[in-house]
Ligand binder design. Structure first.
Ligand SMILES: [Zn+2]
Length: 73
């Protein structure tokens, strides 16, 4: 069985689009890897660190919203 050949949107390299290929359908396996590394990093940290990260993101988002809101008024 052959798979359709696609051109990677990132590096313009041709690759086989396999149904079980991880990552984006328009990216070759090599260019899909950063996402996988991210996933590994996320599972590599413990729950406390993840909570801290989440809280930091939340605080940043609130600060951004505050900033935008102030600009509007
Ligand atoms: Zn690529």
């Amino acid at each position: 069985m052959t798979f359709p050949n696609k051109v990677c949107a990132v590096c313009s390299e041709e690759f086989e689009l396999r149904p079980d290929k991880p990552g984006f359908a328009n990216r070759c396996p090599a260019c899909s890897e950063p996402e996988q590394v991210d996933a590994v990093t996320m599972t590599g940290i413990d729950a406390d660190e993840r909570k801290t990260l989440k809280e930091a993101n939340e605080a940043r988002r609130l600060a951004m919203r505050d900033l935008l809101y102030r600009k509007d008024s």
